[in-house]
Design a protein around this ligand. Structure first.
Ligand SMILES: NC(=O)c1ccc[n+]([C@@H]2O[C@H](COP(=O)([O-])OP(=O)(O)OC[C@H]3O[C@@H](n4cnc5c(N)ncnc54)[C@H](O)[C@@H]3O)[C@@H](O)[C@H]2O)c1
Length: 447
């Protein structure tokens, strides 16, 4: 493989950045090649930029260099031609950060066990950037984080060796908004927010991203850009919390919540449909608002909506367990000893990601009640629950018929819901996935 530095020698800062971007005469680096970083690196490479991806995981690096994708949203046939043309390369050698002109940081931002933000991955990658920082480099943080991170944490590390932002290097925050599994929106057609440390930082980042996305919206500071992302995800968490609470109320009042939402969404203004479900999942919606409530505590304030939504959403796995018990009860069966088949263990439909999936909590609650739990998920060949590894069951008629209850947690599009309802004895549907199934509706218990 051709080394990017040989095709792409250093350029001086005197050359106009806009022209260089236009001419594709810059090399872009992406740190963290996961659900966010790999699609971004591919978007840069497809736009004609020499792109160098950095990841600590050597297996990911090797796969990319073989042209193999491990992210469902990046089709396999997209990587190979880019790697072949020398437009995309991956490495674990961070000294090669010297070769790039712009760096997007897309590393994880999870929570610690104590529910505090864990920004150690950001710090580690920024320290690597600082070690090799050279004049004129643009650094853009994309990881979701609390307001103030770019200015209070990233900037001091980068300025540590006497370099000055806006003069020696450029720094901005641009939140990632990708929605894995969404067939309509991908990196290219999702507008991007940019907030730089100085007007020139914003301008440089805007110039770069405008070459790969339809619209770039500049905001006045890194803090505003950080907060935009937290508002978006808190809005989702709170509204999901609201419909989940309504769903529990409707269940008690024997009102069909799904029909209620269909009715309400006919209003052309002032209402936006959100749907109940088995609980929040994924790396973003359950985690990001907690970054904000943590920051609120630091300033002696409270984020009450966030805490309430987390509480209501956190109750949903218990509600699902209660629905299973209710369904079994109807059949004069107990949860203790019942065979439970979970369909779909990912945090949402059509993805392979089980991080923070409510299926994991529901599994534990059903097992604690004595249920004999197994699962089927076409995207997850095996699943680790506490210290045990479970293998995906085949979705055969025999497996469906043997289960005392089939519990739909992720409503994958590939499932044949009519067949599932026909062959199962009891279906607990947490996603309204069986809405179009005509016969056997008496077997369905829904949220
Ligand atoms: N997944 C999403 O849907 C989504 C959407 C919007 C925003 N985000 C945010 O984007 C960020 C990344 O999320 P993700 O889902 O892509 O995570 P991910 O776990 O899929 O990928 C992160 C990658 O970073 C690598 N990594 C960790 N530390 C590193 C380091 N110091 N140097 C180099 N590589 C390192 C990991 O090996 C991994 O490959 C998070 O802040 C997340 O909240 C995620």
């Amino acid at each position: 493989m051709t080394h990017l530095s040989s095709i792409f020698p250093f350029r001086g800062v005197g050359v106009n950045f806009k022209d260089r971007v236009k001419e594709r005469d810059i090399c872009v680096g992406v740190i963290g090649l996961g659900y966010v970083g790999l699609p971004l690196a591919v978007a840069f490479a497809e736009a004609g930029f020499h792109t160098l991806g950095f990841d600590l995981l050597k297996e990911k690096v090797a796969k990319i260099n073989q042209g193999l994708s491990y992210i469902p949203d990046v089709a396999k046939n997209r990587l190979r031609p880019l790697v072949k043309k020398g437009l995309l390369e991956a490495t674990s050698d961070f000294s090669r950060l010297r070769e790039v002109d712009a760096i997007s940081i897309c590393v994880p931002t999870p929570l610690r066990k104590t529910k505090d933000p864990d920004i150690s991955h950001i710090i580690q990658s920024v320290e690597a950037v600082a070690q090799y920082l050279r004049k004129g480099q643009l650094v853009v943080l994309e990881s979701t984080t609390y307001p103030g991170t770019t200015e209070e944490v990233v900037l001091p590390i980068l300025e540590g060796k006497g370099k000055k932002v806006g003069k020696d290097f450029f720094l901005a925050f641009s939140p990632e908004r990708i929605d894995p599994g969404n067939a309509h929106y991908e990196t290219r057609n999702i507008p991007k927010i940019i907030g730089g440390m100085t007007p020139l930082c914003t301008e440089r980042a805007k110039t770069l991203y405008e070459s790969i996305v339809v619209q770039v919206v500049s905001v006045s500071s890194t803090q505003v850009a950080e907060m935009v992302k937290l508002l978006e995800n808190t809005f989702r968490a709170v509204n999901i919390g609201l419909v989940n609470e309504m769903a529990i109320l409707c269940h008690k009042m024997r009102i069909d919540m799904w029909e209620v939402i269909e009715g309400a969404r006919t209003k052309p203004f002032g209402f936006m449909a959100f749907y109940p479900g088995p609980g929040l999942g994924g790396h973003c919606i359950p985690v990001d608002p907690i970054y904000l409530s943590w920051k609120a505590k630091l300033i002696n304030s409270e984020a009450r909506f966030i805490d309430l939504a987390a509480q209501v959403n956190g109750q949903m796995p218990h509600h699902v367990r209660d629905l299973v018990v209710e369904g079994l009860n109807r059949e004069k069966k107990a949860l203790n000893g019942a065979k439970i088949l979970i369909l779909g263990v990912t945090y949402k439909k059509d993805v392979d990601d089980v991080r923070e999936s409510p299926a994991l909590d529901i599994w534990k609650l059903l097992s604690e009640g004595g249920g004999d739990v197994s699962y089927h998920d076409p995207y997850v060949p095996q699943l680790r629950i506490e210290l045990k590894t479970f293998k995906c069951q085949p979705l055969t008629s025999k497996v469906l018929k043997q289960a005392d209850a089939v519990v739909i947690i992720s409503d994958h599009s590939v499932f044949n819901y009519a067949k599932i309802v026909k062959e199962a004895r009891l279906v607990v549907d947490t996603r309204h996935a069986t809405r179009n199934v005509k016969s056997g509706r008496d077997k369905i218990v829904k949220i």
